[in-house]
Write a protein that binds this ligand. Sequence first.
Ligand code: GLN
Length: 460
Amino acid sequence: MAAIQRARRTHEVTNALYRIDAAGGLAAAEAVDASVASGADPGPLAGVPIVLKDNICQHGQPCTCGSRILEDHVASYDAFSVGRLRTAGAVLVGRANMDEFAMGSSTETCAWGPVRNPWDPDRVPGGSSGGSAAAVAAGAVPLALGSETGGSVRLPAAFCGVVGVKPTWGRVSRRGLVAYASSTDQIAPVARSVTDAALLTEVVAGHDPRDSTSKDRPVDDLQAACRCSIEGLKLGVPREYYGQGLDDGVRGAIASALDSLREQGVELVDISLPSTDLAVACYYVIAPAEASANLARFDGVRYGRRASADTAEEVVRRTRSTGFGTEVKRRILIGTWVLSAGYVDAYYRVAQRVRATITAELDRVLEQVDALITPTAAPTAFRFNERNDPLAMYLTDVYTIPPSLAGLPAISVPCSLCDGLPVGLQVIGRRFDEASCFAIAAAVERARPPLPLPPLWSSP
Ligand code: GLN
């Protein structure tokens, strides 16, 4: 009950949640109590409240993806990771607001209003999983699941001062995650500490025979990894991530985190990833292309709302033109364009080749170093309406997109405050080597002075 009250209190200011499920949460908590009373193992997340981004299917709950077109949609099944959470004893208390269909970097495209940053309610929480990150940062819940396509958990984690994990693509099943760009989509954990994030990642990771892209690989003991020494590791510092456009305060914060890593015995290696500046353009061809195909299913016939009209064609036209917001329409148009007969070679196929180059470059560098250290984002949380120009918004993701295109694991961990706003440091690891990412992120967390609580924190 305390968790529900906290969620309600923080929601009033942050608008982090689409729905608070008090009845479902209390029933789940009582079930955990009963299993403890009967002597059964209640699971590693017994009684821990969690919210899910509103694009992760939870049986019987709304799943709107922050879009009017899915306003009336109720999920008819549990996502794979939701099943894992239930088995682990977690208490699902709400649905977190998000940019519409996970397209955005500020949560300003959410049809249910923007989410506010708990550090400063005049600023964005980052996106698209802004509701998940803001709910954790504000103390509503200790854990949340978000989703990642190009940085949607790492960016809000950085802006809200929490930990965000993008696992290797294929590490966590995507069954039950509403598709945006399937080749980079991921379920992604959010937590207050690196160890909590490791525990949540362990719970949701692993093979799902009903997702053909989920990989059958053993999951490392990630909580143990958080306690490992990082002495002797070689960490790459890619100079393209420290160039023009990086906020001076962020640069200073990352530099002192790098010093503290050096003091813990790592070797820092200056490296170059020359294709980095192609990543945003490449992503904004591939992601809209996949989105235009994935979102074709929202036609007013199968899911959500349906506009009334005389002909089937008109139903589809009206449903889509009134149901989707501006940014989603823009992406569908771009995607349809780059896949159309006359342009597919000029845009989509070229972007695929660029993606292969970026991936090969990252894989090659990661043969020489154990992981890469970069800022998660060039700025700290910006003000509402500050990035009205879509291109300016797209560029917010310049540091998070390359590992997304390459399918590599990455973590954003808070490293300090700059003018009262959190700064995130990104660790990018080798494919399926989440363990090293957690070890390094935990070392960053150990070395920094404890962060104060955000002004909108709600204590029990
Ligand atoms: N901001 C990026 C986009 O709008 C990434 C979003 C995401 O990771 N879902 O596509």
